[in-house]
Design a protein around this ligand. Structure first.
Ligand code: ATP
Ligand code: MG
Length: 345
């Protein structure tokens, strides 16, 4: 069961409220056929309607009780949150070193990622960009250095102490250089699987297929549909990924990241393999995610047009070492960067 954070509690309350609105129509839909059949037998129909009303009332009571409990928790978390100023940075990397035998893939690298920005990491092939991501997300254990993550719950998390499978629960989600969808599942199911950290039902609920589980699955599906709709992907929901254009698959990968309510989204070469039009579309989607879903984006990208277009801050590295950090025009004007990346004098 995930730790109850401010966001998680607020999210559950709003989800419970959405569910309460939908519950009546859900029962009506469930019994629609029976209501139709009983149309002529007025007495039986009114009995069925009474039964539905009773069930709805019962569900509402449970939800109201749950909301009361969560509201109390929310108030106490809010009090604790309000007393502390939120750190401007969401991520702080200090003196990061990652050594593979004699090779220093990342060498004494330090930078901060500000909350809410789009931060780009650039560098030629083999510069160490993916290794930086792997160290942050704990796929690799860094040789030395500090990686601190400041959650929106005002917690400072030393990511080196977090297990790789728990990083997602901290609010950090990543994509890989290749598309990593489950090919046998529909797009909707791919989305639902991506929110596995949000399930709070237990093994007992799974075995008995309890009401709690059904409610949870229903809410997760509603959330998946909402995300797909907002990113204009709803028309693909019942299709499997196989055969879809690469640009759409990349967009679906982005949509999937949102299912775990991330604070920080890490994207490894999101535009790789895309044509110009698809890249422009992707740039729009990344911007939309940053704004509409209130996320910080940290990306590695070779497409300089995309990086310069959407990033607020860019960090350029070469052979694992920092070359320059600044806004897009500062990076474009930097002599070392021109020499190393753009082939300037
Ligand atoms: N697990 C590993 N074992 C040994 N060497 C590795 C490992 N992972 C990465 N490297 C080496 O570290 C260096 C940096 O690799 P990395 O994949 O981080 O580069 P990159 O900047 O992401 O490159 P690209 O742009 O091609 O994706 C390379 O020399 C690579 O061969
Ligand atoms: Mg890479």
């Amino acid at each position: 069961m995930p730790k109850l954070t401010y966001e998680l509690v607020a999210d559950r309350i709003s989800n419970n409220e959405k569910y309460m609105i939908l519950v009546e129509s859900r029962y009506q839909a469930k019994y629609a056929n029976q209501i139709k059949i009983l149309e002529i037998r007025k007495k039986d129909k009114s009995l069925l309607l009474k039964k539905i009303a009773k069930k709805v009332e019962h569900e509402k009571k449970i939800m109201a009780k749950e909301n009361n409990r969560l509201n109390k928790k929310l108030i106490s978390l809010k009090k604790a949150n309000d007393s502390v100023e939120l750190n401007d940075n969401i991520l702080q990397v200090q003196n990061l070193l990652m050594q593979f035998g004699g090779l220093k893939a990342v060498n004494d690298l330090s930078f901060n990622v500000k909350r809410g920005e789009i931060f780009g990491l650039i560098g030629p092939n083999g510069a160490g960009k993916t290794t930086v991501f792997n160290c942050i997300t704990q796929f690799y254990q860094a040789t030395s250095g500090d990686i601190n993550y400041y959650s929106s719950n005002n917690e400072t998390i030393d990511l080196k102490t977090i297990k790789v499978h728990d990083v997602l629960k901290c609010g950090i989600v990543r994509t890989f250089q290749n598309v990593e969808l489950i090919w046998e599942l529909s797009i909707l199911d791919n989305m639902k699987v991506a929110s596995h950290t949000k399930y709070y039902s237990n093994l007992f609920d799974q075995i008995t297929h309890s009401k709690k589980l059904k409610r949870e699955e229903y809410l997760i599906e509603a959330k998946a549909i909402e995300v797909l709709k907002r990113l204009d992907l709803l028309k693909y929901k019942n299709l499997i990924p196989l055969g879809l254009p690469y640009g759409i698959l990349k967009k679906i990968e982005l949509a999937r990241t949102l299912m775990s309510d991330p604070q920080l989204i890490i994207l490894d070469e999101p535009a790789a393999g895309l044509n110009d039009i698809e890249t422009q579309e992707l740039a729009k989607t990344i911007k939309q995610i940053q704004k509409d879903f209130d996320c910080t984006i940290f990306l590695v990208e070779h497409d300089m047009g995309l990086v310069m277009d959407i990033c607020d801050t860019i960090c350029a590295i070469s052979f694992g070492k920092m070359l320059a950090i600044g806004n897009p025009s500062q990076i474009q004007e930097n002599k070392d960067v021109q020499q190393a990346y753009l082939g300037g004098d």
